[in-house]
Design a protein around this ligand. Sequence first.
Ligand code: ZN
Length: 120
Amino acid sequence: MDLYHHHRFKQAQSQVNRVAGEQAFARAAQRDDINALHDRLDRLTMLCEAMWMLLKDETGYTEEDLEARLYDLDMSDGSRDQRKRTVPQRCGCGAMVHPRSTRCVFCGDEAPERPAFDAV
Ligand SMILES: [Zn+2]
């Protein structure tokens, strides 16, 4: 290998190493983000369970009441899929407003009022 090609080979090898380092850094950052999300999910799950236990103890609601309410929420978007999807709502002008929009893109009015959980 002549000197020029040896130099070009070293440059390419250096670039490959730099990109590999960047990718390893990005993967580590993604793992950190996922771990942080798992921690938040665990905490939220515990908070929901604690609130449910308080509610059950204070009101006498039963597990069956909770299951019935979960079923109603699940079916509120028309399909039983263990999810509650927010759906667009109709603005006064007749246009449909995206669930996360604060204003109608057609007339500029404020978006129709929504339940607080729709913004989550
Ligand atoms: Zn509108």
